[in-house]
Ligand binder design. Structure first.
Ligand code: TPP
Ligand code: MG
Length: 597
């Protein structure tokens, strides 16, 4: 039998180094699924079956985030393609290279209001606008794959290929005829070296050398430039704040790393930005301007490889378009080692106080468990090489503030879309990419009920493929959509509306056990440390369910007057948790002002 388009598609993906495709079948892609069943040499790409196409897109995104390679997801026509969307937007907004391959009805039926016929070109036109194409002929497949992957990598974005099911079954055309109107593409992509001009580097260095209080803000664009960031920070006597996606740029045990920034950030980051006279931003598009210096108060230099992302958060004096590692190296030769270390020492003092405060806050009593304690205790036990995912919710706060990453660890979440649901699928993709590394998903009960519970089934299905069985899903069982409940209180001044915010209880740990995983449930603070110890020595993946107190406030680093007023009015409006909130907020806040803090 000669190869079909489906066979050839997989072969071409293999040529590009694609070893795994996350997906879900349907008759719109049976011509591709059939090709997987004919692949027998174990060289891949392998098909990984998820519970929902959105999860396939999250996993493809996480693969890209954790490995730097392109992620690929596959879904059937109509409903399958539609289900992919949220995960694809997560990738697009966080600038990850992801290729979506979807089926479509047969060419003969298109335009006939056929079953499951959706205008997929229009559907993907926004999320994959750099490249979304339909294969109208088998001859196109080679260049559609080549271009979809190359554009995803070079633009760091999402691309999509739509393949009608009859095209999938047609005979492959691995090489188009040498004729007018054909396209002759080849595989391969290496990122270019992008560096600014010398005179721009000189101007940037002048500003940085002149500054007396330099603050650095680094994001995911600096993930491959850790050594250079550290060296520049040392030379400039600067502190370094990290945007959420850049949490793994520098370890948190460095004394001048002020940690995360923004609503989920730390006080040392916030103070540093208020008091600095110079801002050096590297590989970040952190959006909240109120956490950056006030316009005109600091001179600014920004480094980003993408010209589109330059100069949009703060009016910079010099914008350097270039790769972060290479550009920082070029800067280092121009920088002077600052002799006056007083700014750096001040920052280090604040950072050390902050960590003490975090430890104290984590140990404050709550009803029944203070969620911060779980993150604190995990932090002290994180094995080398750990990979961590967090979900959107209060867990993102505690992840951002309380988890101390060390060198060699990886961590991510949905940074820009901030969607609920990526925690568990990201962790699964991490496990597939690094089966020998321990992985942790830090997730709220809302996100678990949205999709995490179902993806536990995927963990149970595939865990035998992972040489290191340590995969722990921490579930904060607070029976509340807590992050939003707090936002309603602090931003809107509204009391908690139980109709939208309360969540039903669910036996997460017991459900894990039903699936053949290990379930551990804790409902008292003294159980937390031992539970982590047990989870870390388990011979199988673990669901660690913690009964946590929704009244512990995920406080922003400085409560603004407006927020305090709003919170007061929320409590006066009859918030059902008012008493506990006052108690917890007071405890958390008052800690900051205790002697020695
Ligand atoms: C898909 C999606 N829907 C809604 C939201 C708004 N949202 C952000 S956090 C959150 C609450 C999350 O609740 P949970 O997972 O229980 O975590 P908790 O904050 O309670 O720890 C909601 C509803 C979102 N970000 N994404
Ligand atoms: Mg919750």
């Amino acid at each position: 039998m000669s190869d079909t388009v489906g066979d050839y598609l997989l072969e071409r993906l293999r040529t590009w180094g694609i070893r795994r495709i996350y997906g879900y079948p349907g008759d719109g892609i049976n011509g591709i699924i059939g090709a997987f069943s004919r692949l027998s040499d174990g060289e891949g790409p392998e098909f990984t079956q998820v519970r929902h196409e959105e999860m396939a897109a999250f996993m493809a995104c996480a693969h890209a985030k954790f490995t730097g390679e392109v992620g690929v997801c596959l879904a059937t026509s109509g409903p399958g393609a539609i289900h992919l969307l949220n995960g694809l937007y997560d990738a697009k907004l966080d600038h990850q290279p992801v290729v979506a391959i979807v089926g479509q009805q047969a060419r003969a039926g298109i335009g006939g209001n056929f079953q499951q016929e959706v205008d997929l070109n229009s559907l993907f036109k926004d999320v994959a606008h750099e490249y979304v194409e339909v294969a109208m002929s088998p001859t196109q497949i080679r260049h559609l794959i080549d271009r979809a992957i190359r554009i995803a990598l070079s633009e760091r974005t999402v691309t999509a290929i739509i393949i009608p099911n009859d095209v999938q079954d047609a005979d492959a055309v691995p090489q188009p005829p040498h004729a007018h109107g054909t396209v002759h593409s080849g595989p391969g992509y290496r990122p270019p070296r992008i560096l600014p001009y010398d005179e721009d580097l000189d101007r940037a260095a002048e500003i940085l050398n002149a500054g007396q209080r330099v603050a650095m803000l680094v994001g995911q664009g600096a993930l491959h430039a850790s050594d250079e960031v550290a060296q520049v920070a040392d030379m400039l006597g600067a502190g370094v704040a990290k945007a959420l996606l850049g949490k793994a740029v520098l370890p948190d045990d460095l004394p001048y790393v002020t940690g995360s920034i923004g609503l989920l950030g730390t006080k040392p980051s916030s103070t540093m930005m208020q008091e600095c006279d110079t801002l050096l931003m590297v590989g970040s598009s952190f959006p909240y301007g109120e956490f950056l210096p006030e316009e005109g108060k600091a001179r600014g230099v920004q480094i980003d490889v993408d010209g589109k992302m330059i100069g949009i958060r703060y009016p910079m004096e010099v914008n350097l378009i270039g790769d972060s590692a290479g550009t920082l190296r070029a800067l280092i030769t121009r920088l002077q080692h600052k002799q006056d270390r007083s700014w750096r020492e001040k920052i280090e003092g604040e950072v050390s106080e902050w960590w003490d405060l975090m430890e104290h806050r984590a140990h404050l009593t709550a009803d029944p468990i203070n969620p911060q304690l779980l993150f604190h205790e995990l932090s002290t036990r994180l094995p080398d090489g750990a990979i961590i995912s967090a979900d959107s919710g209060s867990s993102a706060n505690w992840y951002a503030r309380d988890v101390k990453l060390r060198k060699g660890m990886k961590a991510s979440l949905s940074g820009t879309l901030a969607t609920m649901g990526p925690g568990v699928p990201y962790a699964i993709a991490a496990k597939f990419a690094y089966p020998d590394r321990p992985v942790f998903a830090l997730v709220g009960d809302g996100a678990m009920q949205m999709n995490g519970i179902n993806e536990l089934i995927t963990i149970a299905k595939y865990r035998h493929l992972w040489s290191d069985q340590r995969l722990v899903v921490l579930v904060l069982n607070n029976q509340d959509l807590n992050q939003v409940t707090w936002e309603q209180r602090a931003m809107e001044g509204d009391a908690k509306f139980e109709g939208s915010q309360d969540l039903p209880d669910f036996p997460y740990a017991r459900y894990g056990e039903l699936l053949g995983l290990k379930g551990i449930r804790v409902d008292a603070p003294e159980q937390v440390g031992p539970a982590w110890d047990e989870a870390l020595t388990s011979d199988r993946p673990v669901v660690l369910e913690a009964m946590t107190d929704p009244s512990v406030p995920p406080l922003p680093p400085h409560i603004a007057i407006d927020q305090a007023k709003a919170l007061t009015s929320a409590l006066l409006a009859g918030d059902p948790d008012a008493k506990d909130i006052v108690k917890q907020s007071f405890k958390q806040k008052v800690e900051e002002f205790l002697p020695g803090r």
